[in-house]
Design a protein around this ligand. Structure first.
Ligand code: GLC
Length: 479
């Protein structure tokens, strides 16, 4: 099959969140299955086009906008063996950041319009459009109203990586840009919510999916549905949950050059070296006390405050542990973490920054890895942690629930889970984990089960092929 994968971020070209990892690895796994997958994304300022050998191949594409026709260009390259089209338009995409510009809606709508304007000029027609998150969803909305477009009958798969980021816009924006208003009474949601990229994607795609089976169920409920649950319930029969994988070549502790020593499930001796290096870089003395690691963005979703409360509770009752966190995000979380570190300077070390090299040392050197997310569509950190022998302690939600069976509940367990999004609940799971850590043989077995688990893309890519087939089937039956 020929698949056009539409996204606004992709590793290694530009990465903000997990979507970039998926865009950088799922296409490769599909290509390995024999499919012809090409990615299309904006040419952000940060992309090093020379390094990846990008060339302008369609120098002039005219994109209709309310301001009149505007010019864009298409560049082509093959980073990491994946064919990529970049939409170049300086005013829209050469910005200091990928997300968070005041005119983001306009930019992503322009991107989608440019994708549709460029598509007939690529000399390659996709069998499937695979749209990712609300930024790409305008493609589906446009095709819905433009029956004459060469891709109007092309099956559309829409993947929701994070339902809570909806991309809402106001009525004037919808009117000026000629976006379909939709019947909100029929959709079961308010007119305001229907005016969002997310709602348009859900309404106008043939098949929907999200990135884990549990999150696919959760988003049908008010707690996780972000107000869109009535709309999702109406499309429940077209909604699937497909667990993400991680790239087993990039994330391999036996070959990872970012680690001071390598290791594998059959021989963990190198891990001791990594652990010692981690303690040293945190300014801590050598110790056998368990190291609790965190690598995360510091946002409400990710629950850094829950981690702070739990660590505080355990330290206050005298537990001997080390807490090492890498991440950056919202100021209140930085402040809470700093006050914890000031209170327990020998126990807590913070790296409040983005540092992919140090991240690997934390995965490879921590004993436990904390992910107390309030919600988590899939989550990649817990999968990388397991592959590197750090035992995850996670909230039982979304993809965390699907990837981390609890070692106290099943002999297949490879981590520890808790329910309520609160420090005391995490502290409870941590006490269980710390008890297991003291039983050396049991601990090693838990680590090895995590390291040997198959959370690669191999199987998942096959599930996406099934989604594409389902979308073809639905599209053929479209009125
Ligand atoms: C978003 C979600 C995360 C998921 C990633 C890739 O970042 O928050 O859970 O793993 O997308 O699908």
């Amino acid at each position: 099959m020929k698949i056009l994968f539409v996204t606004v971020e992709m590793a290694p070209l530009v990465k903000v969140g997990g979507l970039a990892d998926v865009a950088g690895s799922l296409p490769r796994a599909l290509i390995a299955l024999g499919h012809d997958v090409r990615v299309i994304m904006p040419m952000h300022e940060d992309i090093d086009t020379a390094r990846y050998g990008f060339r302008a191949t369609v120098p002039e594409v005219t994109v209709g906008t309310p301001r009149g026709p505007e010019q864009a260009a298409v560049w082509e390259g093959q980073p990491g063996g994946i064919p990529v089209y970049l939409i170049q338009q300086s005013d829209m995409f050469e910005r200091p950041q990928v997300y968070g510009e005041p005119d983001d809606h306009q930019r992503w709508l322009f991107f989608c319009d440019a994708v549709l304007a460029a598509a007939p000029r690529l000399g390659w027609q996709p069998d499937i459009l695979h749209l990712n998150d609300w930024h790409a969803a305008f493609v589906a909305a446009r095709l819905h109203t433009d029956a004459g477009h060469p891709l109007a009958r092309t099956p559309v798969v829409y993947t929701i990586h994070n339902l809570a980021l909806k991309g809402e816009f106001d009525e004037p924006f919808a009117v000026v840009n000629d976006l379909p208003a939709g019947d909100h009474a029929a959709a079961g949601v308010s007119a305001e919510l229907l005016r969002s990229g997310m709602a348009l994607g859900i309404l106008h795609s043939d098949v929907l999916n999200t990135v884990s089976p549990t999150y696919a169920r959760e988003i049908l409920t008010p707690e996780f549905g972000a107000g869109l649950e009535p709309l999702l319930q109406r499309r429940q029969h077209d909604l699937y949950g497909v667990l993400n994988g991680i790239d087993y070549e990039e994330y391999n502790p036996a070959t990872d050059t970012r680690l001071p020593a390598t290791f594998h499930a059959g021989d963990l001796s190198g891990r001791k070296t990594v652990r010692a290096a981690l303690l040293a870089s945190a300014g801590m003395d050598p110790t056998e006390a368990p190291i609790l690691g965190v690598v995360n963005r510091l946002f409400w979703q990710k629950g850094a405050d829950i981690a702070v409360d739990a660590v505080q509770e355990l330290l206050a009752e005298g537990a001997d542990l080390r807490f090492i966190l890498l991440g950056t995000g919202d100021v209140p979380y930085h402040e809470q973490l700093e006050s914890l570190a000031n209170r327990y300077p020998q126990r807590v070390a913070l790296f409040l920054r983005f540092d992919p090299d140090l991240a690997q040392v934390i995965y490879g050197g921590s004993d436990l890895f904390l992910m107390p997310s309030r919600y988590e569509p899939c989550g990649l950190g817990q999968m990388i942690a397991m592959r590197y022998g750090a035992v995850p302690v996670v909230r039982r939600t979304g993809g965390l629930s699907d990837t981390v069976p609890d070692a106290d509940a099943t002999s297949e367990g490879r981590g520890f889970c808790f329910e309520a999004p609160e420090g005391t609940a995490l502290a409870g799971a941590l006490r269980r984990a710390l008890a297991a850590y003291r039983q050396k043989e049991r601990w090693l077995a838990i680590q090895q089960r995590g390291m040997r688990a198959d959370l690669s893309w191999t199987e998942t890519a096959g599930h996406y092929v099934n989604l594409y087939l389902a979308a073809q089937d639905r599209a053929a039956r479209r009125a």
